[in-house]
Design a protein around this ligand. Sequence first.
Ligand SMILES: Nc1nc2c(ncn2[C@@H]2O[C@H](COP(=O)(O)OP(=O)(O)OP(=O)(O)O)[C@@H](O)[C@H]2O)c(=O)[nH]1
Length: 202
Amino acid sequence: MTVWLGSQPLVLASQSLARQALLLNAGIPFDAFPAAIDERAVQHASGLTTPGEIAVRLAEEKAAAVSARHPGRLVLGADQTLALGERTFNKPADRAQAVAQLRSLAGRRHELHSAAALVRNGQILFSDVSVARMTMRPLSDEQIDTYLNEVGEAATTSVGAYQLEGLGVHLFSAVHGDLFTILGLPLVPVLEFLRSQRLLGL
Ligand SMILES: Nc1nc2c(ncn2[C@@H]2O[C@H](COP(=O)(O)OP(=O)(O)OP(=O)(O)O)[C@@H](O)[C@H]2O)c(=O)[nH]1
């Protein structure tokens, strides 16, 4: 039995190790090529304001950018936008930004909007966005420092400065949403579409 029925591996337009692990564990062969687009410039130029629309547009732009370099290939792009009320957050650039971000998120509920898009030859064939709702515990500055000392550089690789499947789980009092959405790739709807295209054997 073969899981993937495509004549070529999927192209993943992402540097994200979490996204690559999700595809690997799902038995989907892929070639990973980071899109390397200016996400903030795309977001500002789009004029979009809702986190879900921003995540979808960025996922589509990432997939389209890599699709232009790989004609004929099916390209998957993804993006995750964190929303705290009207504010959106991106990956913290350094520890100072991670501290500031965690201070803002602590004791409040934020949303993770994770979008995926599939593009071939520049045509958007599929896009979808899922939401997870994360309730972070109240955290003292000392607790934030202790956490960041433990996780180190990994704090700058995620939009919320946490990896939920790692020590990040200690930051939360409640989590609502599927793990794929939290990890940054709404995999179930992507697999449903691939199945509809007869690209999956399961
Ligand atoms: N391991 C892990 N990664 C997470 C978690 N939450 C968010 N992320 C990652 O945080 C990153 C969100 O930033 P994005 O801008 O969407 O993606 P990126 O890492 O820059 O990678 P590209 O797809 O190349 O843009 C993604 O890599 C997500 O996989 C989590 O709980 N665990």
